[in-house]
Write a protein that binds this ligand. Sequence first.
Ligand code: MV4
Length: 500
Amino acid sequence: MNFYNKMKKILVANRGEIALRIMRSAREMGIKTVAIFSEADRNALFVRYADEAVCVGPPPSAQSYLQGDKIIAICKELGVDGIHPGYGFLSENADFARKVKKAGITFIGPSAESMDLMGDKLSAKATAKKYKVPMIPGSEGAISDLKEAVKVAKEVGFPLLIKASAGGGGKGMRLVEKESEIEEQMKMAISEAISAFGNGAVFIEKYASRPRHIEIQLLADNHGNCVYLFERECSIQRRHQKLIEEAPSSVLSPELRAKMGKCAVDVAKACNYSGAGTVEFLLDADLNFYFLEMNTRLQVEHPVSELITGLDLVKEQIKVARNEKLSFTQEDLKINGHALEVRVCAEDPMNNFLPDIGKLVVYKTPSGPGVRVDDGFEEGMDIPIYYDPMISKLIVHGKDRTEAIEKMLRAIDDYTIIGVETTLDFCKFVLKHEAFVSGNFDTGFIAKYFTPEVLNVKNEEYAELAAIAGSIIFEGNKTKQAGSGENPVKKSQWKTNRLN
Ligand code: MV4
């Protein structure tokens, strides 16, 4: 069957940078785009970029971007062939994927069955186990009574983690350091799981201290082909929020990369996966790796994989969704250079990374060879309080890791954001840190090295510099004719992001 003519119009069930990024690829493929938006996003770039746009409701996500039935009704009305869910919102909602399919619309993502299998962590582990994918020692299934919990705990040893089966991404995890804490932590974990996910199933795993977080990007078609697009190193995280990602990881040998890649492909085969997906692994200090979970969506950090492989993951997702075969094999894929991504969030690192929303009074993005900015904001716009405070993703591609770091530092300096605090200064601190530069870091990096003072010192230096700059301008204005047009202070010395 030839489905090539299918997919003339796609609805993007998302907002912000990812909605725009998806629409750009669709447009390059000659596909019309439909945006849905909430009342808070009326003036957003992605709404204007789309060929058609429909308001779905008031600002809160539950009343807008999560209104699955409403979104499907819009698709029917506008003759939409496919829905791209982006990340977050409805992207990993199996019931939504089922309804979309039932309505005769293509869900650009895996089947509802794959999502069901991987959405529940216990069933994900049971599925992956069929292919002998390495697992962290722990309970075989759900644990409901204390006696069993104690028995498993004694087998695996302390410290251990109690995890919610319906959790994921770090939600619903509890650390247990010794036997006397088990009872209380089990009770807490179960009641939390019930209130957060409506499912009280929990399981136990040995706690791996300070692992690295390595994830493998996969792409599978509907004809039995599946390839890995290498790894992303995502260990620079804070409270399960990734802040810097890179590809490739500086610690994987080609042999380990191939081994982890094959395991990830096995996980995809075990759940009959289709489309773009990611398998998360923990990597310990001895370079042993363990399956954690599978993300059945396009991820925020996908651009670093695009840059090192030369692929457009959104285009590949669309091609797979219209039943095309992958146009390349594993052997065709090679890692080209090194890519880094920093998440530019409207958060204040000096104040516990609390969201700092407001107006982008000045907003100037960096550019130049190897610099990519995925954003959805313009100067003068307000960052809405209702959603994730991510302003943009700044992504660079260099011939090697050193060049990528240098390029990122330059790009951060060339980025001007005034009006809200951002994570740019913080990212610069990380990129200059000896542990990051040497590659000798893990998920404990921020806890180990970051305190607000490390930025404070820099800010004091900046304040000093600003004072000097101010006095030079003042002196300059006194001695120069007004309107001479010459500014004795280079613009870059003013920058809020310049640390030293
Ligand atoms: C773990 C772990 C240590 N031991 N499991 C956090 C996110 C979720 N995908 C699983 N997570 C972890 N599971 C065992 N048995 C440590 C983490 C973890 C972590 C993992 C990846 C990246 C950052 C992290 C930060 C804290 C904890």
